[in-house]
Design a protein around this ligand. Sequence first.
Ligand SMILES: Nc1ncnc2c1ncn2[C@@H]1O[C@H](COP(=O)(O)OP(=O)(O)OP(=O)(O)O)[C@@H](O)[C@H]1O
Length: 265
Amino acid sequence: MSTDRTTTPVVEVRGLVNRFGSQTVHDNLDLDILPREVLGVVGGSGTGKSVLLRSIVGLRRPNAGSVKVFGKDLQTLSPQARSEQERRFGVLFQSGALFSSLTVVENIALPLIEHAGLPREDAEHLARMKIALTGLPPGAGDKYPSMLSGGMVKRAALARALALDPDILFLDEPTAGLDPIGAAAFDQLIRTLCDALGLSVFLVTHDLDTLYAICDRVAVLSQKRVLIADTLERVADTRDAWIQDYFHGPRGRAAAYQQPTPAKE
Ligand SMILES: Nc1ncnc2c1ncn2[C@@H]1O[C@H](COP(=O)(O)OP(=O)(O)OP(=O)(O)O)[C@@H](O)[C@H]1O
């Protein structure tokens, strides 16, 4: 676990409101993402975890509220300044979202060519470095996504999310669909990258093992807002029906038994 995190947030979400027609998904939601932390974001299905992620990274304009990234409100920036801020985000969507007609190297090189303006040869050289960083064998770079296993696709998508050397990584259910061993290995990869590269990680998950294995704090979405964002221990002790069910039901007990509790600062 990282030990030198400061308390100035890298992302501050304040008073966020998101509505779809008559459905209010978020109502006055507040959340901080701290430097160098892995923040697990949990909540029942449909509580708005993915919408929150999309609102923070600028893919959805909220109905009200503000999102500050490194102290700057994305909505008030010029298009160029905004795009520079957005380059500080790396996003891994649930589907992986790689282009099927491009090889893994080409997929990872693409943002380096399009956003960083690198010549193809340099971009592909850097792409191979990102591939190595995520633990993929070198040969994987020349394959198409359909030729890779589910775990390898996740790693390739992570390599692409890391292409522009982001400060904050957003992961939407990264271990969904992986077998338990593959999921545990992917968890450890995220923790290692967070510590080695000094990244902050916003991680939407349903996976209790992930929370116990790598998260510094856990944010619970419930009743259209963040009910609590704190250490796993304090969250699990919170009096709330969903939290009690989630952390102290059979699956929660099994996860707590299997994993060492994250080190305290
Ligand atoms: N583009 C959209 N148009 C209309 N409704 C939407 C849209 N995107 C999300 N919603 C609604 O917002 C709510 C929250 O969706 P979201 O995908 O954020 O939930 P979630 O917490 O990530 O759920 P899950 O854990 O099942 O993935 C859902 O009721 C969903 O139907």
